[in-house]
Write a protein that binds this ligand. Structure first.
Ligand SMILES: Nc1nc2c(ncn2[C@@H]2O[C@H](COP(=O)(O)OP(=O)(O)O)[C@@H](O)[C@H]2O)c(=O)[nH]1
Ligand SMILES: [Mg+2]
Ligand SMILES: [Zn+2]
Length: 290
């Protein structure tokens, strides 16, 4: 059953049988999947039941690759932005993980921002300053926050007050804690880092789009921590790095992979400091995995 928001309030609807065979197009519906954020039309079925009759093509999508699968699953559709949340300590941040999740958001057409959480932790100021500099240079807004002291929460609330957002990032980064801080009474479950058993991780099975009292909607989808990059073609990967974009198309070879080719404008931009070495390393690692 799906809960559908209509002009007359929330209703419950099931999926019409013939809808269940979706086309296999990147980011679009496949199998029997209708996900949070999908725009649907609902009609009357037999006995007063409501039935989802059609699903609009998706404007954006958020896909993840479950660790046990080779196929991506879209977990949310039509969201405006992806907030990539990492903690600046406990667990320590990984540049590669940030880049990987950013690629996931970029490839799904969402606007992305970086949230650096747990800035209350002692001794983190160097890391905060470094990450802030690096991701601003890449073209992203960077927001330092603490769910403990409340630092940056007002700014975070303002960011998500318009449109719809999802928070993604490693387990333990503080995504649920941040949302609880943004919206009193939300009461999402939070768990201490290191007390996470595999068995307990996927106990929530439903996803929902939460309407916030200050405006905006946030996706609450379980199991976001195992994010793997999928749903991006190797040739499109460079475009998922905003600071690469001015140089794409300027390489000597049309099919340049921006790794080893002579006359590569991206490599030249790395050499001249316009693109940071670490970001290019992440690009290379992700490309190899693809
Ligand atoms: N020191 C500190 N701890 C935090 C902060 N935010 C979350 N935590 C703690 O980090 C752990 C993981 O938080 P949780 O919200 O469950 O992370 P999630 O897996 O990303 O949803 C919990 O023990 C939280 O209390 C923060 O800003 N500062
Ligand atoms: Mg959580
Ligand atoms: Zn190139």
């Amino acid at each position: 059953m799906y809960r559908v928001r209509t002009a007359d309030g929330m209703i419950e609807a099931s999926l019409r049988g013939k809808l269940k065979k979706g086309q296999r197009k990147r980011g679009q519906r496949s199998g029997d999947q209708v996900v949070i954020g999908d725009l649907v039309t609902v009609g009357a079925g037999s006995g007063g039941a409501r039935v989802i009759e059609s699903v609009r093509p998706r404007r954006t999508w958020l896909a993840r690759r479950p660790s046990w699968s080779r196929v991506d699953r879209v977990v949310a559709a039509n969201l405006d932005r992806l907030l990539v949340v990492v903690s600046v300590g406990d667990p320590p941040p990984s540049r590669f993980v940030i880049d990987r999740v950013l690629v996931m958001g970029e490839s799904g057409g969402m606007g992305c921002q970086v949230v650096l959480n747990k800035v209350d932790l002692p001794g983190c100021s160097t890391v905060v300053a470094e990450l802030t500099r690096a991701y601003r240079a890449a073209g992203y807004q960077v927001l330092p926050t603490s769910a403990v002291t409340g630092a940056g929460i007002e700014a975070l609330r303002a960011v998500i007050a318009a449109g719809s957002s999802a928070l993604a990032g490693p387990s333990g980064a503080g995504k649920s804690s941040l949302l609880n801080r943004v919206e009193a009474g939300l009461d999402l479950r939070t768990r201490p880092v290191g007390r996470r058993s595999r068995a307990g991780r996927h106990t929530t099975v439903s996803s929902r789009l939460i309407a916030l009292s200050g405006g905006g909607q946030v996706a609450d989808t379980p199991g976001f921590s195992d994010v793997g990059v999928g749903d991006v073609e190797a040739a499109a990967l460079g475009g998922c790095f905003p600071e690469f974009r001015p140089f794409l198309g300027l390489c000597h070879f049309n099919d340049c992979t921006h790794i080893h080719e002579p006359g590569c404008a991206v490599a030249a931009a790395v050499a001249s400091g316009h693109i940071r070495q670490e970001r290019h390393s992440s690009y290379r690692t992700i490309l190899e995995a693809l």
